[in-house]
Design a protein around this ligand. Structure first.
Ligand SMILES: [Zn+2]
Length: 129
């Protein structure tokens, strides 16, 4: 995967991320991202994910084996979008990693690559009806 790859996400997926982050609050929400042609289309909630205020442990053995699962998403109820050391270790497996943060309004998220660098080339687009 190249470094300067651009990613897009559907507007309704961002809305779902924020809704899920709010519903899990004060615990962390986490899931995986499904993409086609570099457009993030959907979120997969992994069964048996354990979440509390400080982290969410994903059962990687329960993540569907699909090349389209290219990324991760999780919430920071604390209100900071900065990845933890554990986050960075986890990010190294995936190309796109979204952290949503309190208060979970639409622009309360940051996007990181597998090395933990912010992805600037990230665009919100609308699904064609
Ligand atoms: Zn985190």
């Amino acid at each position: 995967m190249t470094k300067n790859l651009s990613w897009k996400i559907y507007d309704d997926v961002i809305e779902s991320i924020m809704a899920l982050s709010k519903s899990f609050y004060p615990n962390e929400f986490s899931g995986m991202l499904y993409a086609e042609n570099n457009v993030i289309q959907d979120i997969y909630i992994i069964p048996k994910t354990i979440s509390n205020r400080n982290n969410a442990i994903i059962r990687l053995d329960l993540v569907p084996m699909s090349l389209n699962i290219i990324g991760s998403v999780h919430s920071h109820p604390s209100g900071f979008g900065k990845p933890s050391i554990a986050d960075l270790n986890f990010f190294s497996r995936k190309y796109v990693n979204i952290i949503s943060y309190f208060p979970f309004s639409k622009n309360c998220f940051k996007v990181y690559d597998n090395l933990g660098h912010i992805i600037d080339n990230f665009e919100i687009i609308f699904r064609q009806k």
